[in-house]
Design a protein around this ligand. Structure first.
Ligand code: FAD
Length: 451
């Protein structure tokens, strides 16, 4: 199988490392790649949308799984799909929407693979209703360290270690996924503004249960009385009768339409995202949002994946790249959320459009990120002076509040905080020691955090 030695990064474009990249096209080639990955081991990779170093492996092998991308079976009556793990959610939407089905969970980009969705046990705007991706996975086929392919059902230790296991229990080859029925490819969206963080949290707490999907875009540069001001966008799949008669949308209600703008240029001036430009952007964006609007029809791509319209948007942070920081703390820890938002706002991090959301019940994945409570995600340019020490302090606050940071976004967490954040870490390590005694599956993330 051809292999190239290439420089690999995550979506944040920090900490590039060099690895041998192999792209299996059959399950047999994938098994051979695992057997032959050598002393520095290997790690599966999907579309590289994890922000940090989860899908890279310095000096070892990286298995690009996007060459295995067949949709095998669709049960259009029952709402199930069996597909390869290298299939993207974008592709699933293309084939499933015309049949009246949607993926059960989508993150803020549809350019992730099913393998990456299970490996990180991703969550979407519907977490408070639908849980994380693995809740909808009925079974999967896993290529383990011995080169064997195992069928892994729910409620087994191997399933719970693999859901959120960051590719470290093996290579997911296929998955059977339960789908969400939809009547149209449009969303019915309610938008409202919250004047500050308390107002925002009160609105989310009081009314989130009315919506299948809910998220708040929060202005982390706003200070004083406006600290934490936000725009809430919440909604559900539009029913057919919400589409006006005689329109193109009504005639073809399940057509999957996306928007595409020019790609971000390969090189942009450093410092483009300064406090001034980001502050201006956030101000405009907040002012432009309606105070309250209900029932607006939006394309799925506008509602779920606004950034996907601009290919390579991650380049806007310049050569230094950016860090994505996401944490969750439980219900009852509202004061910790306030404290952290206050610190970020005082620190004047040029972060545009951060996201606050309430999670619902957790799923059983041992390293799965979501827990019932509040999650905040923000982008920060990696070259911001003092950023490492600042985020270390936030990590400590998060850990003290009983929360955790998201490994799919991480590139810098201190390993000593991990066990407090992920109480099933020892079970995960024990399962790996038993099923992969030679340490075949390893990544930069795994080495850094001793997973
Ligand atoms: C714009 C943007 C928005 C995002 N929004 C969200 C969000 O709302 N919610 C959320 O949860 N995440 C979000 N993410 C993160 C993203 O969903 C996850 O990082 C996801 O894992 C990326 O999938 P991928 O196919 O790109 O996998 P990669 O980034 O290539 O890999 C991610 C992890 O999955 C493992 N993996 C990949 N393929 C396999 C396989 N076949 N078998 C086993 N393990 C595998 C890798 O080893 C790695 O540990 C966002 C990312 C971006 C860029």
């Amino acid at each position: 199988m051809p292999a190239d030695t290439v420089s690999v990064t995550g979506w944040g474009r920090t900490a590039p490392t060099t690895a041998r990249l192999v792209r299996p096209r059959t399950y047999e080639e994938a098994a051979a790649a695992v057997r032959e990955c050598g002393a520095r081991g290997g790690i599966p990779r999907g579309l590289g949308r994890a922000y940090g170093d989860a899908a890279q492996n310095a000096g070892g092998s990286v298995l690009d799984m996007t060459g295995l991308d067949r949709v095998h079976t669709i049960d259009a009556d029952g709402g199930f799909v069996l597909c390869d793990a290298g299939v993207s959610l974008h592709r699933l939407m293309e084939v499933l929407l015309p049949l009246g089905w949607f993926v059960p969970v989508t993150p803020g980009t549809r350019y992730v693979t099913v393998g990456g969705a299970i490996g990180a046990d991703i969550h979407g705007k519907n977490h408070h209703v639908s849980g994380s991706f693995s809740r909808h996975v009925l079974s999967l086929e896993l290529l383990t360290a011995d080169g064997e392919i195992r069928t892994v059902g729910r409620d087994t230790p191997l399933f719970d270690a693999t859901a959120g296991g960051m590719g470290l229990t093996g290579v997911i080859l296929t998955a059977t996924i339960r789908l969400q029925p939809v009547e149209t490819a449009l969303m019915s969206v309610d938008t409202e503004r919250a004047r500050d963080l308390d107002d925002l949290m009160a609105r989310l707490t009081a009314t989130d249960h009315r919506y299948r999907y809910s998220v708040a875009w929060i202005d982390l540069l706003a200070r004083g009385a406006a600290m934490g001001r936000a725009v809430l966008t919440r909604g559900d799949h539009a029913p057919l009768d919400a589409l006006p008669e005689g329109t193109r949308a009504r005639r073809d209600p399940l057509a999957f339409r996306t928007s595409r703008f020019p790609a971000a240029p390969a090189s942009l001036p450093e410092g483009l995202l300064s406090r001034t430009t980001v502050g201006l952007f956030n101000e405009l964006w907040y002012r432009k949002a309606p105070r309250a609007r209900t029932g607006e029809l939006q394309k799925l791509s506008t509602f779920f994946h606004p950034l996907d319209g601009v290919p390579h948007w991650n380049r806007i942070y310049g050569r230094g790249g950016f860090v994505q920081y996401q944490f969750v703390v439980g219900h009852g820890q509202e004061e910790a959320v306030r404290g952290i938002v206050r610190r970020i706002s005082r620190r004047r991090c040029p972060s545009f459009l951060a996201v606050l959301k309430r999670f619902g019940d957790a799923d059983p994945g041992w390293l799965s990120f979501p827990m019932p409570g509040w999650t905040l995600a923000l982008d920060i340019p990696a070259n911001l002076p003092g950023l490492g020490a600042f985020l270390d302090e936030l990590d400590e606050e998060v850990a003290t509040a009983g929360g955790r940071v998201y490994l799919a976004k991480d590139s810098r967490l201190r390993p000593d905080l991990l066990a407090a954040m992920y109480p099933r870490l020892d079970d995960f390590r024990a399962l790996r020691a038993e099923s992969d005694p030679r340490g075949v599956f390893v990544s930069d993330l795994a080495r850094r955090l001793n997973l």
